[in-house]
Design a protein around this ligand. Structure first.
Ligand SMILES: NC(=O)c1ccc[n+]([C@@H]2O[C@H](COP(=O)([O-])OP(=O)(O)OC[C@H]3O[C@@H](n4cnc5c(N)ncnc54)[C@H](OP(=O)(O)O)[C@@H]3O)[C@@H](O)[C@H]2O)c1
Length: 301
């Protein structure tokens, strides 16, 4: 099921954060064989070469053409607060050229600013993205981890609004005000880290986040509300979390290197969560997300 907002994007994409470059080609190729037609990467993930290779391998085996696979990558904007200069307009253009080179593509379907870290340089980065769309190097352009204020800044400058905002969204972090604002403005919310409430979410050592041990124990408990819903609908907890997002009108980007989980995470259209369960899920919001180890990136100015 694609989302159509002036650009068609498959509602379920394959996430690649934390997949090392050397393992990415196989993972992406497996995902495309499983049926994914949308892959999400970023300059900061260090795996764009593997993504490109995986797409080429699977396309040759499956007879896919470029238009069959929707590819998203992201500009690392720099972050003066971390001692990294904000990328200028020219550096932003050069960053997409370098990403395309690593991916082995001549355009991406969606190019995002990874986070609102550039301070005074934020609007120049956005102007650069709009020019990249005009030049055909990105079919659609958007932002990630932007708050309402960050998007208003674009609006007040009289610039075109982003096509999408990729943000952490799951029943524990529902961001109702931001989501209503995005939907009112016709900006597609793309959910990342949908699986945070699972005990298996980034369970491998070194996969840092702000998720606490307490939250992990809760996700593992036998009476977790997601376990109960999974039993009721005869699906997995992961499918409940992803289906919740789809029913809220968000695209999702589940990441897994496990072929069975990859398949499961794509199988979201054979059941529907009923209204009373959607209402109870709506009451589980706890505020800010946990996917970034340093805290909520939308809070940076
Ligand atoms: N824009 C941003 O700032 C931003 C931030 C974070 C993420 N993202 C994007 O969003 C994608 C998804 O987010 P994410 O990687 O944080 O997390 P996620 O997709 O919500 O969850 C991935 C974790 O859940 C496990 N998992 C996956 N499917 C499962 C299943 N069916 N049952 C049980 N466990 C399962 C995975 O382990 P296995 O691999 O072992 O299965 C992994 O530990 C990223 O890969 C990236 O592309 C963007």
């Amino acid at each position: 099921m694609p989302f159509s907002r002036g650009f068609d994007m498959p509602a379920v994409g394959f996430g690649t954060y934390l997949i090392p470059n050397a393992e990415t080609s196989v993972a992406v190729s497996r995902a495309l064989h499983a049926g994914y037609r949308h892959v999400d990467t970023a300059e900061a993930y260090g795996n764009e070469e593997g993504v490109g290779e995986g797409i080429r391998d699977a396309s040759a085996a499956l007879g896919l053409v470029r238009e069959d696979v929707f590819v998203t990558t992201k500009l690392w904007p720099g972050n003066p607060a971390w001692g990294q200069p904000a990328k200028s307009r020219d550096a932003t253009v050069a960053a997409l050229e370098a990403s395309l080179e690593r991916l082995g593509l001549d355009y991406v379907d969606l190019y995002l600013i990874h986070a609102p870290f550039a301070g005074d340089g934020r609007l120049d980065q956005w102007r650069a993205l709009v020019s990249l769309r005009d030049r055909g190097m990105a079919r659609a352009v958007g932002v990630s981890n932007y708050s309402i204020d960050h998007i208003r800044e674009i609006e007040e400058a009289g610039l075109p609004l982003p096509d999408a905002n990729q943000i952490e969204l799951h029943p524990w972090s529902q961001k109702p005000e931001l989501v209503s604002y995005l939907q009112a403005k016709g900006i597609l919310p793309i959910a990342y880290s949908s699986l945070v409430p699972l005990s298996t979410w980034r369970a491998v050592a070194g996969q840092d986040s702000a998720k606490t041990d307490e939250m992990t124990a809760e996700g593992a408990s036998g009476d977790s509300p997601f376990k109960k819903l999974a039993a009721k609908y005869s699906v997995s907890e992961s499918q409940i979390l992803l289906r919740w997002a789809i029913q809220r009108g968000f695209a999702v980007l589940p990441k897994s290197t496990n072929p069975e989980r990859m398949r499961q995470n794509l199988d979201l259209f054979s059941f529907e969560i009923d209204t009373s369960d959607m209402d109870s899920l709506a009451r589980m919001d706890r505020g800010d997300g946990v996917a970034w180890a340093v805290g909520d990136p939308t809070k940076a100015d």
